[in-house]
Design a protein around this ligand. Structure first.
Ligand code: MN3
Length: 310
Protein backbone atom coordinates (compact mmCIF):
# COMPACT_ATOMS: atom_id res chain seq x y z
CA UNK A 1 0.00 0.00 0.00
CA UNK A 2 0.98 3.60 -0.37
CA UNK A 3 0.45 6.54 1.99
CA UNK A 4 0.53 10.10 0.76
CA UNK A 5 1.64 13.36 2.35
CA UNK A 6 0.25 16.61 0.93
CA UNK A 7 3.64 18.38 0.88
CA UNK A 8 6.42 18.76 -1.65
CA UNK A 9 9.77 17.16 -0.74
CA UNK A 10 11.14 20.72 -0.70
CA UNK A 11 9.52 24.10 -1.33
CA UNK A 12 10.07 25.68 -4.75
CA UNK A 13 10.23 29.39 -5.53
CA UNK A 14 7.53 30.78 -7.80
CA UNK A 15 8.55 31.29 -11.40
CA UNK A 16 9.03 35.05 -11.98
CA UNK A 17 7.36 34.72 -15.40
CA UNK A 18 5.31 32.34 -17.47
CA UNK A 19 8.05 30.20 -19.00
CA UNK A 20 6.53 27.56 -21.30
CA UNK A 21 9.84 26.71 -23.01
CA UNK A 22 11.46 25.78 -19.69
CA UNK A 23 8.31 23.79 -18.84
CA UNK A 24 8.62 21.85 -22.09
CA UNK A 25 12.31 21.02 -21.55
CA UNK A 26 11.74 19.96 -17.93
CA UNK A 27 9.10 17.48 -19.20
CA UNK A 28 12.01 15.25 -20.33
CA UNK A 29 12.94 14.84 -16.66
CA UNK A 30 9.41 13.68 -15.86
CA UNK A 31 8.22 11.50 -18.73
CA UNK A 32 11.39 10.76 -20.71
CA UNK A 33 13.28 7.45 -20.64
CA UNK A 34 15.50 8.77 -17.82
CA UNK A 35 12.75 10.78 -16.13
CA UNK A 36 11.28 10.40 -12.67
CA UNK A 37 8.33 8.35 -13.99
CA UNK A 38 10.96 5.80 -15.01
CA UNK A 39 12.83 5.70 -11.70
CA UNK A 40 9.49 5.45 -9.87
CA UNK A 41 8.13 2.62 -11.99
CA UNK A 42 11.40 0.68 -12.33
CA UNK A 43 11.90 0.44 -8.57
CA UNK A 44 8.19 -0.12 -7.96
CA UNK A 45 7.94 -3.10 -10.32
CA UNK A 46 11.30 -4.53 -9.23
CA UNK A 47 10.00 -4.48 -5.63
CA UNK A 48 6.60 -5.95 -6.62
CA UNK A 49 8.25 -8.87 -8.38
CA UNK A 50 11.24 -9.57 -6.14
CA UNK A 51 11.62 -13.28 -5.41
CA UNK A 52 12.82 -14.57 -2.02
CA UNK A 53 12.22 -11.07 -0.69
CA UNK A 54 11.95 -12.38 2.86
CA UNK A 55 15.48 -13.83 2.56
CA UNK A 56 17.10 -10.82 0.88
CA UNK A 57 15.18 -8.23 2.83
CA UNK A 58 17.80 -5.40 2.95
CA UNK A 59 17.85 -5.22 -0.87
CA UNK A 60 14.07 -5.44 -1.11
CA UNK A 61 13.67 -2.72 1.52
CA UNK A 62 16.19 -0.46 -0.22
CA UNK A 63 14.50 -0.65 -3.62
CA UNK A 64 10.95 -0.41 -2.22
CA UNK A 65 11.82 2.55 -0.01
CA UNK A 66 13.58 4.46 -2.81
CA UNK A 67 10.54 3.81 -5.03
CA UNK A 68 8.44 5.67 -2.47
CA UNK A 69 10.82 8.65 -2.57
CA UNK A 70 10.54 8.66 -6.37
CA UNK A 71 6.81 9.31 -6.07
CA UNK A 72 7.77 12.59 -4.40
CA UNK A 73 10.19 13.25 -7.25
CA UNK A 74 7.49 13.01 -9.94
CA UNK A 75 5.57 15.42 -7.73
CA UNK A 76 8.38 18.00 -7.45
CA UNK A 77 9.29 17.85 -11.16
CA UNK A 78 5.59 18.32 -11.97
CA UNK A 79 5.40 21.21 -9.49
CA UNK A 80 8.34 22.94 -11.18
CA UNK A 81 6.65 22.53 -14.59
CA UNK A 82 3.40 23.90 -13.13
CA UNK A 83 5.29 26.84 -11.65
CA UNK A 84 6.90 27.60 -15.03
CA UNK A 85 3.45 27.54 -16.65
CA UNK A 86 1.82 29.74 -14.02
CA UNK A 87 4.10 32.73 -13.57
CA UNK A 88 2.96 36.16 -14.79
CA UNK A 89 3.11 36.65 -18.57
CA UNK A 90 5.93 39.08 -19.25
CA UNK A 91 7.25 38.05 -22.68
CA UNK A 92 3.95 37.86 -24.52
CA UNK A 93 0.56 39.49 -24.41
CA UNK A 94 -2.61 37.69 -23.42
CA UNK A 95 -4.92 40.66 -23.21
CA UNK A 96 -8.06 40.71 -25.31
CA UNK A 97 -11.06 38.51 -25.81
CA UNK A 98 -11.26 34.81 -26.62
CA UNK A 99 -12.38 35.73 -30.15
CA UNK A 100 -9.18 37.73 -30.64
CA UNK A 101 -7.10 34.66 -29.68
CA UNK A 102 -5.58 35.46 -26.30
CA UNK A 103 -2.85 32.82 -26.72
CA UNK A 104 -1.82 33.66 -30.26
CA UNK A 105 1.37 35.32 -29.02
CA UNK A 106 2.74 32.25 -27.23
CA UNK A 107 6.46 32.01 -28.00
CA UNK A 108 7.73 29.38 -30.42
CA UNK A 109 9.09 26.21 -28.86
CA UNK A 110 6.22 25.63 -26.42
CA UNK A 111 4.61 22.22 -25.94
CA UNK A 112 1.07 22.78 -27.24
CA UNK A 113 -0.25 20.01 -24.99
CA UNK A 114 0.36 22.20 -21.94
CA UNK A 115 -2.25 24.60 -23.33
CA UNK A 116 -4.51 22.17 -25.19
CA UNK A 117 -4.48 18.80 -23.38
CA UNK A 118 -4.02 20.07 -19.81
CA UNK A 119 -5.07 23.17 -17.91
CA UNK A 120 -1.51 24.56 -18.16
CA UNK A 121 0.02 21.86 -16.02
CA UNK A 122 2.50 18.95 -16.25
CA UNK A 123 1.67 15.74 -18.12
CA UNK A 124 3.49 12.35 -18.03
CA UNK A 125 5.20 12.99 -21.37
CA UNK A 126 8.75 13.79 -22.48
CA UNK A 127 10.10 17.01 -24.02
CA UNK A 128 8.69 15.96 -27.40
CA UNK A 129 5.24 15.40 -25.92
CA UNK A 130 5.58 11.61 -26.31
CA UNK A 131 3.88 9.71 -23.46
CA UNK A 132 5.91 7.91 -20.79
CA UNK A 133 5.78 4.20 -21.50
CA UNK A 134 6.16 0.98 -19.53
CA UNK A 135 8.79 0.00 -22.10
CA UNK A 136 11.16 2.06 -19.96
CA UNK A 137 10.80 -0.43 -17.07
CA UNK A 138 13.57 -3.00 -16.59
CA UNK A 139 12.66 -5.64 -14.04
CA UNK A 140 14.66 -8.75 -14.86
CA UNK A 141 14.22 -10.59 -11.57
CA UNK A 142 18.01 -10.87 -11.25
CA UNK A 143 18.99 -8.75 -8.26
CA UNK A 144 22.50 -7.78 -9.39
CA UNK A 145 21.36 -6.97 -12.90
CA UNK A 146 18.47 -4.84 -11.61
CA UNK A 147 20.76 -2.95 -9.20
CA UNK A 148 23.27 -2.38 -12.01
CA UNK A 149 20.45 -1.06 -14.18
CA UNK A 150 19.31 1.25 -11.39
CA UNK A 151 22.85 2.64 -11.01
CA UNK A 152 22.88 3.31 -14.76
CA UNK A 153 19.38 4.84 -14.66
CA UNK A 154 20.28 7.26 -11.85
CA UNK A 155 23.39 8.42 -13.70
CA UNK A 156 21.54 8.75 -17.00
CA UNK A 157 18.94 10.86 -15.18
CA UNK A 158 21.72 13.01 -13.72
CA UNK A 159 23.27 13.56 -17.17
CA UNK A 160 19.98 14.81 -18.57
CA UNK A 161 19.31 17.03 -15.55
CA UNK A 162 22.74 18.65 -15.97
CA UNK A 163 21.82 19.42 -19.59
CA UNK A 164 18.41 20.87 -18.72
CA UNK A 165 20.11 22.98 -16.02
CA UNK A 166 22.11 24.67 -18.78
CA UNK A 167 18.95 25.36 -20.77
CA UNK A 168 17.17 27.50 -18.18
CA UNK A 169 17.83 29.97 -15.39
CA UNK A 170 14.27 29.71 -14.12
CA UNK A 171 14.53 29.50 -10.30
CA UNK A 172 11.62 27.04 -10.00
CA UNK A 173 13.36 24.64 -12.39
CA UNK A 174 16.84 25.20 -10.97
CA UNK A 175 15.80 24.72 -7.33
CA UNK A 176 14.13 21.44 -8.30
CA UNK A 177 17.30 20.45 -10.20
CA UNK A 178 19.60 21.36 -7.31
CA UNK A 179 17.51 19.23 -4.96
CA UNK A 180 17.36 16.27 -7.35
CA UNK A 181 21.09 16.37 -8.16
CA UNK A 182 21.63 15.63 -4.48
CA UNK A 183 18.80 13.11 -4.07
CA UNK A 184 19.74 11.29 -7.29
CA UNK A 185 23.31 11.18 -5.98
CA UNK A 186 22.04 9.48 -2.81
CA UNK A 187 20.20 6.88 -4.86
CA UNK A 188 23.17 6.24 -7.17
CA UNK A 189 25.41 5.74 -4.13
CA UNK A 190 22.80 3.52 -2.44
CA UNK A 191 22.69 1.22 -5.47
CA UNK A 192 26.51 1.33 -5.72
CA UNK A 193 26.83 0.23 -2.09
CA UNK A 194 24.26 -2.52 -2.59
CA UNK A 195 26.32 -3.80 -5.53
CA UNK A 196 29.53 -3.52 -3.50
CA UNK A 197 28.09 -5.74 -0.75
CA UNK A 198 27.19 -8.37 -3.35
CA UNK A 199 30.19 -8.26 -5.70
CA UNK A 200 33.05 -6.41 -3.98
CA UNK A 201 33.37 -4.13 -7.04
CA UNK A 202 33.89 -0.53 -5.90
CA UNK A 203 31.10 1.09 -7.92
CA UNK A 204 31.13 4.23 -5.76
CA UNK A 205 34.60 5.11 -7.08
CA UNK A 206 32.92 5.78 -10.44
CA UNK A 207 30.73 8.56 -8.99
CA UNK A 208 29.74 11.11 -10.02
CA UNK A 209 28.83 10.36 -13.63
CA UNK A 210 29.36 12.70 -15.48
CA UNK A 211 32.41 13.79 -13.50
CA UNK A 212 30.96 17.14 -12.43
CA UNK A 213 30.34 17.65 -8.73
CA UNK A 214 26.92 18.63 -7.43
CA UNK A 215 28.61 21.62 -5.80
CA UNK A 216 29.22 23.14 -9.24
CA UNK A 217 25.56 24.28 -9.07
CA UNK A 218 24.78 26.84 -6.34
CA UNK A 219 21.27 25.41 -6.01
CA UNK A 220 22.74 21.99 -5.12
CA UNK A 221 25.55 23.42 -2.95
CA UNK A 222 22.93 24.77 -0.56
CA UNK A 223 21.58 21.25 -0.02
CA UNK A 224 25.08 19.74 0.30
CA UNK A 225 25.86 22.29 3.02
CA UNK A 226 22.75 21.05 4.83
CA UNK A 227 24.00 17.44 4.65
CA UNK A 228 21.17 16.28 2.38
CA UNK A 229 23.62 14.01 0.49
CA UNK A 230 24.18 11.96 3.65
CA UNK A 231 20.52 11.19 4.33
CA UNK A 232 18.27 8.41 3.08
CA UNK A 233 14.73 8.85 4.39
CA UNK A 234 12.55 5.96 5.55
CA UNK A 235 9.19 6.59 3.88
CA UNK A 236 6.96 4.17 5.77
CA UNK A 237 5.34 4.22 9.23
CA UNK A 238 6.83 0.84 10.23
CA UNK A 239 8.62 -0.87 7.34
CA UNK A 240 11.86 -0.93 5.33
CA UNK A 241 14.17 -0.45 8.33
CA UNK A 242 16.51 -3.09 6.82
CA UNK A 243 17.57 -0.59 4.12
CA UNK A 244 19.66 1.06 6.84
CA UNK A 245 22.05 -1.91 6.78
CA UNK A 246 23.13 -0.86 3.27
CA UNK A 247 22.89 2.94 3.73
CA UNK A 248 25.38 3.09 6.61
CA UNK A 249 29.06 3.61 7.30
CA UNK A 250 31.37 6.38 6.17
CA UNK A 251 30.45 8.40 3.07
CA UNK A 252 33.09 7.86 0.36
CA UNK A 253 35.45 10.80 -0.18
CA UNK A 254 34.82 10.92 -3.94
CA UNK A 255 31.13 11.43 -3.14
CA UNK A 256 31.19 14.15 -0.48
CA UNK A 257 33.12 16.75 -2.57
CA UNK A 258 34.65 18.28 0.54
CA UNK A 259 31.24 18.63 2.22
CA UNK A 260 31.19 16.54 5.42
CA UNK A 261 34.26 14.45 4.52
CA UNK A 262 34.42 11.41 6.78
CA UNK A 263 30.79 11.79 7.90
CA UNK A 264 28.54 8.79 8.38
CA UNK A 265 25.67 8.00 6.03
CA UNK A 266 22.42 8.44 7.92
CA UNK A 267 19.20 6.43 7.52
CA UNK A 268 16.64 8.98 8.74
CA UNK A 269 13.64 7.42 10.43
CA UNK A 270 11.07 9.80 8.90
CA UNK A 271 10.19 11.53 5.64
CA UNK A 272 11.68 14.98 4.96
CA UNK A 273 9.66 17.81 6.53
CA UNK A 274 9.07 19.15 3.01
CA UNK A 275 7.49 22.38 1.84
CA UNK A 276 4.12 23.77 0.83
CA UNK A 277 2.62 23.18 -2.59
CA UNK A 278 2.04 26.34 -4.61
CA UNK A 279 -1.58 27.41 -5.07
CA UNK A 280 -2.67 27.12 -8.71
CA UNK A 281 -5.20 29.84 -9.39
CA UNK A 282 -8.10 29.23 -11.78
CA UNK A 283 -7.46 30.23 -15.40
CA UNK A 284 -10.62 31.40 -17.11
CA UNK A 285 -9.10 31.17 -20.62
CA UNK A 286 -8.25 27.48 -19.95
CA UNK A 287 -11.74 26.89 -18.48
CA UNK A 288 -9.91 25.45 -15.47
CA UNK A 289 -11.60 24.48 -13.28
CA UNK A 290 -14.29 26.17 -15.41
CA UNK A 291 -14.79 29.45 -17.25
CA UNK A 292 -17.41 30.47 -14.70
CA UNK A 293 -17.81 27.62 -12.17
CA UNK A 294 -20.63 29.34 -10.25
CA UNK A 295 -22.87 29.00 -13.34
CA UNK A 296 -22.53 25.20 -13.31
CA UNK A 297 -23.50 25.10 -9.65
CA UNK A 298 -26.57 27.21 -10.36
CA UNK A 299 -27.63 25.04 -13.34
CA UNK A 300 -27.09 21.82 -11.37
CA UNK A 301 -29.20 23.21 -8.56
CA UNK A 302 -32.04 24.02 -10.97
CA UNK A 303 -31.91 20.48 -12.47
CA UNK A 304 -31.99 18.98 -8.98
CA UNK A 305 -35.11 20.98 -8.07
CA UNK A 306 -36.76 20.04 -11.35
CA UNK A 307 -36.08 16.32 -10.71
CA UNK A 308 -37.77 16.58 -7.29
CA UNK A 309 -40.91 18.02 -8.93
CA UNK A 310 -41.30 15.05 -11.33
MN1 MN3 B 1 14.56 10.60 -8.46
Amino acid sequence: MMLRIDRLPVELPASPKEDPVAAKNVQELLGGRFGEMSTLMNYTYQSFGMRSREKIRPYYALIANIAAEEFGHIEIVSASINSCLNGPRTDFDDSGTMEEGVWKDLPSGVFGGHYIASGQSALPVDSRGMPWTGDYVFSSGNLILDLLHNFFLENGARTQKLRVYQMTDNPAARTMLGYLFVRGGVHALAYARALETLTGVKMSQMLPIPKIGNATCPEARKFMEGGLHLKLYRLSPNDYREAGTIWSGEAPKEYTEGYSDGAQLEFVDAPPSGGDLAHLAGIASSFAPEYAPEEIMEIANKLYKKAKDL
